[in-house]
Ligand binder design. Sequence first.
Ligand code: PLP
Length: 398
Amino acid sequence: MIRKTRLFTPGPTPLLPAAQFAMAAADIHHRTPEFRALYLRVLSQLKEFVGTKNDVIILSSSGTGAMEAAVSNLTSPGDRVLVLSAGKFGERWTALAKAFGCEVDLVSEPYGKTFDLDKVKAALKLETRAVFVQANETSTGARHDMEALAKLLKDQKSEALLIVDGITGLGTTHLDMDATGIDVLIGGSQKAVMIPPGLSYLAVSQRAWDRMEATYNPRYYFDLRKERKNAKNGESAYTPAVALIAALGAALDWIAAQAATPDNPAGSLAEGRKKLVDNAETISAMTRAAVEALGFKLFSDAPGAAATAVYAPEGVDSGVIVKELKSRFAAVITNGQGEMKGQIFRIAHLGFFDYMDTIALIGALEQVVVKSLPQLGAKFGDGLIAAQKVYVERTTKA
Ligand SMILES: *Cc1c(COP(=O)(O)O)cnc(C)c1O
């Protein structure tokens, strides 16, 4: 049998063809009117994509660069900050905040869990300057509740900025930065926006811009105020990743067009974003139903729509399932990260995944289960039938 390689990984994700073409054609210099027009257009599209009226900054870096920029630009040495951590990316916030001299208070939950708001409330101090969290913890598949967290900070009249790693939360969660009350919302290119790795972006509230006037941690390449000043004129401070910016523009056009109507063929980003999220919600629900019907157990009790994390059966290394899907069907899923390596596997849903991809992956997983995991007691069709039912329920309601 021939095999087509297909990514089912939560970043990098499958590439959108229209974005690949835009990238190949992006033979332009970054100090020209052509680039300025492109950059201004993409920056304004991003605002709509994240739901803010405030300025958005694009950086030429992977997502962690924007996380670092949030810490270096918004804190000073000795600042008290609160990190909410329940996985590998939460741990990254702690490491970054410590690297920049912050005093870190930690609310830590086991991998796979989400946060108890009472514990967060108890850990929040009068002098807490910022709260760092993931909207979606990719290492465990858990979704954390940003609305509830923002409300808590507001009710407590906290001065703390709410700084959210939305790298896999964006495009998989109905999240509107301004309406929710998030101060910094971070995204990355290789996730729901369906383009290669190499760009990150941050939306920054007025409160956070004001904070930057007084903070003094060292920063140079990732200086958000400098980038903001240049961006007003359609430029970035240094040579930007021009081709990726062209790709991002094409991807955002495509997302907007998902909400096209006869009267408005270009669609709208605010509406297209909802469709992208609904898509991820539906295929993640199909996947959860399928793996449970096959006898697997879900890892997280607060599963999000970016990726589904699943326990390998007792005594089985999850790497065996990852390997078998790759060697037999060229389907690339991911192992657990950090302390969950070998215990769980993860299947992604964010970005350019559709019904066909999802059904095919479930079919391939059934082949692995029937051949190599007889202890689950599943037979052909168990997963597919469960997924088909979820698909019908979800798509006929609307
Ligand atoms: C992918 C990801 C990141 C960023 O990782 P990079 O490798 O730097 O792009 C950060 N947070 C979350 C939740 C992620 O999924």
